[in-house]
Design a protein around this ligand. Sequence first.
Ligand code: S0N
Length: 338
Amino acid sequence: VHGEVPTHPAVWRSVARDDSGKEFQFTDIIYEKAEGEGIAKITINRPERRNAFRPQTIKELIVAFNDARDDNTIGAIIFTGKGTQAFCSGGDQAVRKADGYADYDKFGRLNVLDLQVQIRRLPKPVIAMVAGYAIGGGHILHMVCDITIAADNAIFGQTGPKVGSFDAGYGSSIMATLVRHNTLRVKMPFVLYETGITLLFHYFIVTSKVYLICCGIRILKSNVVEQIGPKRAREMWFLARFYTAPEAEKMGLVNTIVPLESLEQETVKWCREIVRNSPMSIRVLKSALNAVDDGHAGLQQLAGDATLLFYGSEEGIAGKTAYLEHKRPDFSKFPWRP
Ligand code: S0N
């Protein structure tokens, strides 16, 4: 129906200025967009430290992600690390102080937590493109992304208990959530895994208290494998071992593995497939997929999408117009739908 996805390489243009013409002064990241493709790429640029982040890195990442969010031509964001040796090795231990990480400030901070929330709430898919190590806080960053494409040299793991740190927030809860969603997906008595159909679909389960919306993206037979389970999540944190890309795939931590040399090509292909789909469908699906786990914040995000859609409806417009015209709104022609 839609034709083939183009396979030519993306042409990246460095994004050096914001809309007002002010120059971004990035030192720790590279921020690029592919002209006319609807794809942005944000790269941690500290390869000499295996792309470990310091507060400055996070500040710049937040600016870039905000820009990509605000740019209504951008539909998918690639998040990666410079070079082939690491996606990100977590917080820069050299600037870790008693009160968090400190570089240019006198005080420490844990601003990576803000970035995690930002990626989670960003209403566009964020795709982690992982070559080499995704370790510690770097592993958490790939986990909060919507999709992870791993090179065959990728290594995943948490080191917290070895270096005296931990992420008891998203770093733990999202890992457990990944487990739950994956288990649900495989147990669904639907055709996806048997037929290998590549489609976006949603599925509602309504029980007395649970309202879940699950989404399967390209669930092929080869992706449906043993599940990590809550025990494996504990193993990952308690033992702090490293896992290869195939092991991570088995645990449901990555969507696919590709040869290192075709990592970007494949990631761009996935992005191209995403950006030709309906922006509002993708937006609502992302917030829906997070809603249950994100509690009030998740509900707010999903509900905000409903408001966004309602504002464009005849009924919504009728209310606003009547208010501006100082009239009583007449909603009588709008049905109370079953
Ligand atoms: C990634 C590893 C396995 C790569 O090993 P490899 O390839 O042998 O390279 P190395 O020779 O070890 O490293 C090359 C150079 O890079 C430096 N370097 C690497 N990682 C870091 C890092 N994280 N911090 C500072 N420097 C780093 C090396 O020192 C080396 O430099 P030279 O040559 O000058 O010695 C391996 O490098 C490794 O294991 N790295 C450490 C991984 C780690 O423990 N990361 C920290 C884990 N903790 C967190 O990330 C904190 C969690 C977190 O982010 C968080 C969560 C909740 C709340 C707050 C936070 C927060 O802290 O912000």
